[in-house]
Design a protein around this ligand. Structure first.
Ligand code: SAH
Length: 294
C-alpha cells in the first residue's frame, strides 16, 4: 500500500484536477491530495523499468488517466501548464514562472508525446525528460544561485530543457553548461535549444552543451554558483562538491532504489550543509555502458 501510494504521488498527482482526485479516492482511500501543500513525494520517474510490476501497472494506468483528464481540461499550451503549476502551488516564484513560459517544453519532448502533461516522457537511451513539476521544483531551489552573471552546471542535461532555463536566468553575462554522456542526446539537445528562446545564448556561447561523464563535473568553467544533477548518484560525487563555489548550491538526487533530492549548500567558509527536500525517483547517474544495457 505504501508503495502504491508513493507511486501515485510520484506522478505529480498532488495537485490533480478534481475528477482525478475523485477517481483516485475511490481507487485507494489512503491517497490524499493536498493542493498547495509542499510535495511529500515527487519524482522524475526517469527510469520506467521499475522492479515491481504492480507499480508499473499502476503507473501506466495513472498515466493514461492523467493524460485523458488534462487533455479535456485544455492542458494544451505551455502557458496553461505553467498556470496550472502556479495554481496548485508548485511554482511560487514569478521568475521561475516567466522562464518556464519562455522556454516552450514542446520543443524539447519527442514528437507525438504530450508536451504539457505533468509527467516525464521517454527520450530514448533509457532516459526521460523530467516532469514539469520537477523542473519547476529544481529551478525554485536554485533560483537564488541563478542570478544574472552567475555560473550554472546541469549534469545529465538530457533534452537540454533545464540548461536552457538556467541560461535564460543567468543571462548573457553568465554561463550555463550542460553535460550529458549520450552524444546523440547532446546533439538533439542542441537542436532543441536552437529552436527555443535560448538560441541566441547558445550562439553567443554563454550556453554550451557537452558530451562527458557528469560525475566529473565540468572543471573548465568551475566553480559554479548552481549545480543541478538530473540523475541519481549512489553517493555524493566529490568532484561536484569541489566544483561548487563557496556560497553556491547543488540540487542532486542521491540513492539507489530509495532516493532523496538533496539540497547541498557550500558555506562561505567551505563547509557543507545538506538537507533532504523530498523522496524522488530518477535514473541512475552511472556509466554510459551501464545505462544503455539497463
Ligand atoms: N534533466 C534532463 C534529463 C534527465 S534524465 C531532462 O529533463 O531533460 C537523466 C540524464 O542523465 C539522462 O539523459 C542520462 O543519459 C544522463 N546521465 C546519466 N548518467 C550520466 C553521467 N555519468 N554523465 C552524464 N550524463 C548522465
Amino acid at each position: 500500500m505504501m508503495n502504491l501510494s508513493s507511486t501515485m504521488k510520484a506522478y505529480g498527482c498532488r495537485y490533480c484536477v478534481s475528477p482525478l482526485k475523485q477517481l483516485l479516492h475511490t481507487t485507494n482511500h489512503h491517497l490524499r491530495f493536498r493542493p498547495r501543500s509542499p510535495p511529500l513525494f515527487s519524482s522524475s520517474f526517469n527510469n520506467l523499468k521499475l522492479p515491481n510490476f504492480n507499480l508499473l501497472l499502476t503507473y501506466n494506468s495513472l498515466f493514461f488517466t492523467t493524460e485523458h483528464l488534462w487533455g479535456r481540461s485544455g492542458m494544451n499550451t505551455n502557458k496553461k501548464m505553467v498556470e496550472h503549476l502556479q495554481q496548485y502551488g508548485v511554482i511560487s516564484s514569478e521568475k521561475v514562472a516567466r522562464v518556464m513560459e519562455t522556454i516552450d517544453r514542446a520543443l524539447f519532448v519527442p514528437d507525438r508525446t504530450p508536451a504539457y502533461a505533468d509527467c516525464p516522457q521517454e527520450i530514448g537511451y533509457n532516459a526521460t525528460i523530467s516532469a514539469p513539476h520537477m523542473h519547476a521544483t529544481c529551478l525554485q531551489l536554485l533560483e537564488e544561485k541563478l542570478q544574472p552573471g552567475m555560473h550554472a552546471l546541469d549534469v545529465g542535461s538530457g533534452t537540454g530543457y533545464l540548461t536552457a532555463c538556467f541560461a535564460m536566468m543567468v543571462g548573457p553575462q553568465g554561463r550555463a553548461i550542460g553535460v550529458e554522456h549520450i552524444p546523440e542526446l547532446v546533439a538533439s539537445s542542441i537542436n532543441n535549444i536552437e529552436k527555443s528562446a535560448a538560441a541566441p545564448l547558445l550562439k553567443k556561447g554563454s550556453l554550451s552543451m557537452h558530451v562527458g561523464d557528469g560525475r566529473e563535473g565540468w572543471p573548465e568553467c568551475a566553480p559554479y554558483d548552481a549545480i543541478h544533477v538530473g540523475a541519481a548518484a549512489p553517493e555524493m560525487p566529490q568532484a561536484l562538491l569541489d566544483q561548487l563555489k563557496p556560497g553556491g548550491r547543488m540540487v542532486i538526487p542521491v540513492g539507489n532504489i530509495f532516493q532523496d533530492l538533496k539540497v547541498v549548500d557550500k558555506n562561505p567558509d567551505g563547509s557543507i550543509s545538506i538537507r533532504s527536500e523530498s523522496s524522488v525517483r530518477y535514473v541512475p547517474l552511472t556509466s554510459r555502458d551501464t545505462q544503455l544495457q539497463s
